[in-house]
Design a protein around this ligand. Structure first.
Ligand code: B12
Ligand code: SF4
Length: 567
């Protein structure tokens, strides 16, 4: 028998391009430009992320494997010639036709290869009728794949070190990606009615890195190997696991390593942990589901979101509020009120998404019972187009696209470019941190790691960890500074330009006269923005929303991890 060799692959590109297998709208391989800073044209920062699950899986099985991420069709076909016994495809629902094409090709040309499917696409009912396969993992994959290959499912998990993002463009200028990504766990216990990331894992949080020490060790490893100091933490509700969050801060404090994190958290957990904790722990950007003005979910009940976000921003934490359009109570008036309510929460970033019943969620089951599910092909189920259920008030599919697009447009017109807001939050946060630090010193206050509060202790020693954190906050704020000139030149309105101009002045006052290199950077970025602006304008004239960028193919070979074998 051949030695087992696995190909772990994402679906093939290009992405965000309409063809036989994929869609343009809502399907870019980007977060911000696709579903957050959409409609902001030249101002929209552009980033793409690796398909994290593939690397995690490859690190954690004893058999030899190759990860092929973002292949074009020819890359995939060529790779199949490398003698694999298994091909494992990770896919999400709207990419089902890509997974189908890949699986059918394997069946036709390599009938001996076993096909394994995993990822959110596996929630599709009767999947075998669409995508031929031998096995399918619906849920946490590391333990599943280990069991599949006869390894020890409970062996400690090895976390990969990955460069993140894959690319990063600001005003059309590529900048060097400087961070990494961490996935401490998958799933969420909250079980909100519509939420597939909770119900995919049976309303459980499945831990991959059990404690803060393990999270910190991953940071250290990434710091040593690729110099990463910033981490995108993919865990649905990072702050819910208080012990882990506390431990992470303790570890960072002990080692004086003020790493920076971008993560998700529900509002209730932010309130529980306290904003001082978040600042100290280095949360620079937080993604909060606000869902609806009516506060339909427990995680936001009784919380003054506007006040919470104001406080977070004043302390330098960039807030991304994410919300859902087309709840049942939305009609033509209330949906607009809802959009205005979210914009009025005054966050740095807003994500709008159309309500979507994914198979496996209570929402899906309820709508099925009510015979309200529509026959919309899975390829169109990306949350930016036609609803896949009958809405009581807004039935026209064109409206489903139109309201969503309009919501992004309105946010941009009212709030201006998000990049300016982020710069403002980062700078205000740095200045506030300095002020707070001085005040605490003068009042003899110190951090109490038990109560997670600053308390009077009478002996005002220097808080060396916080001093390091403040340096990092300054660096973070300074990173935005070159973007302000292009933001000013291409500002959408007079109001937005005035705001950018006063922020530029605040930067000069707070951080001193800009260095020659910074001035040069600003001019270069503005020149790049001119080119980007022309490209966006041409694409729009051709009937598209903007430029679609593609992540380059990324291939890594893994020898197999023998430490996970059964003993
Ligand atoms: C990162 C991310 C992205 C990145 C994608 C990067 C990439 N290269 O694929 C970006 C921002 C580009 C993106 C875009 C989109 N995304 Co997205 N994304 C996520 C996010 C936030 C995290 C996924 C992740 O990496 N988690 C960490 C890894 C370790 O966990 P995991 O992927 O769940 O993998 C575990 C298991 O699922 C399983 N597994 C996964 N694959 C495989 C494969 C095999 C063989 C096996 C055995 C197991 C296995 O094992 C892993 C370890 O346990 C999730 C939400 C979430 N919190 O999970 C949404 C999510 C996956 N995205 C989703 C969607 C819909 C989209 C978009 C259509 C935009 C949108 N409307 O939200 C676009 C589509 C882009 C495209 N062309 O494909 C949905 C998918 C829903 C569904 N049922 O299919 C999710 C669940 C968000 C949501 N709640 O709606 N996304
Ligand atoms: S809190 Fe967020 S991740 Fe958890 S179930 Fe609700 S929507 Fe999903």
């Amino acid at each position: 028998m051949n030695e087992v060799k696995v190909l772990l692959t994402s679906v093939f590109g290009p992405y965000g391009v309409k063809d036989e297998w994929g869609e343009e709208l809502g399907m870019q391989m980007e977060l911000l430009n696709n579903q957050v800073t959409r409609q902001q044209g030249v101002h929209s920062p552009r980033q793409s992320y690796l398909s994290f699950a593939l690397y995690l899986l490859a690190e954690n099985i004893s058999v030899r494997s190759t990860v092929l991420d973002f292949p074009l069709w020819d890359d995939f076909v060529r790779e199949l010639g490398q003698g694999y016994t298994h091909v494992a495809v990770s896919f999400i629902v709207p990419n089902v036709l890509k997974a189908k094409r890949m699986a059918e090709y394997i069946r036709l040309h390599y009938p001996d290869i076993k096909i394994i499917l995993g990822g959110y696409g596996t929630i599709i009912p009767d999947l075998e009728k669409t995508v031929p396969h031998d096995d399918c993992c619906r849920g946490e994959g590391v333990r599943w794949l280990r069991a599949y290959f006869g390894d020890d499912p409970e062996a400690p998990i090895v976390h990969p070190v990955l460069n993140n993002p894959v690319y990063n463009y600001v005003y059309g200028m590529p900048t060097k990606p400087r961070g990494s990504a961490i996935f401490p766990g998958v799933g969420c216990e909250n079980g909100c009615r519509f939420c597939i990331t909770s119900h995919m894992f049976k309303k459980e949080h499945v831990s991959l890195l059990p404690g803060g020490r393990e999270v910190f060790e991953v940071c250290r490893k990434a710091d040593r190997e690729i110099g990463a100091k910033n981490f995108m933490v993919l865990d649905e509700n990072f702050l819910k696991h208080e012990k882990r969050a506390r431990e992470l801060l303790d570890e960072m404090t002990r080692a004086v390593k003020p790493y920076v994190f971008v993560t998700f958290s529900s509002a209730e957990n932010i309130r529980r942990m306290g904003i001082d904790f978040l600042v100290r722990a280095g949360i620079s950007r937080i993604w909060v589901g606000v869902e609806s003005k009516r506060n339909l979910h427990d995680k936001t009940k009784g919380i003054d979101l506007k006040e919470l976000f104001r406080e977070l921003r004043s302390k330098g934490i960039i807030v991304l509020a994410s919300t859902i359009l087309f709840h049942d109570h939305h009609d033509r008036d209330t949906i607009q009120e809802e959009i205005d309510w979210v914009i009025d929460l005054d966050t740095d970033l807003v994500q709008f998404m159309n309500y979507h019943p994914w198979p496996g969620t209570p929402l899906y089951e309820d709508l099925d019972r009510e015979s309200r599910l529509k026959n919309v092909h899975y390829r169109h189920q990306h949350g930016a187009g036609e609803l896949n259920f009958v809405h009581p008030h807004i039935k026209n599919p064109e409206d489903h696209e139109r309201y969503l697009k309009g919501a992004f447009r309105r946010t941009y017109e009212r709030n201006g470019p998000s990049i300016v807001r982020m710069a403002q939050t980062a700078l205000n946060g740095y200045l506030q941190a300095v002020k707070d630090y001085e005040e605490r010193q003068s009042r003899g206050m110190a951090w109490n790691a038990e109560s997670l509060r600053y308390e009077k202790n009478g002996s005002p020693e220097a808080d060396s960890f916080m001093l390091e954190r403040i340096k990092v906050m300054k660096e973070e704020a300074m990173r935005y500074s070159p973007s302000l000139l292009p933001a000013l030149v291409f500002g959408p309105t007079m109001k937005s330009r005035r705001k950018t101009f006063s922020l530029m002045r605040l930067y000069s006052r707070a951080t001193g006269r800009p260095k020659v290199t910074d001035i040069l950077k600003s001019f270069l970025l503005t020149a790049s923005a001119c080119v980007e602006f022309c490209r966006v304008t041409i694409r729009r004239a051709q009937g598209h929303e903007g430029i679609v960028r593609q992540p380059p193919v990324h291939r890594v070979e893994y020898p197999g991890n023998r430490s996970v074998m059964r003993t």
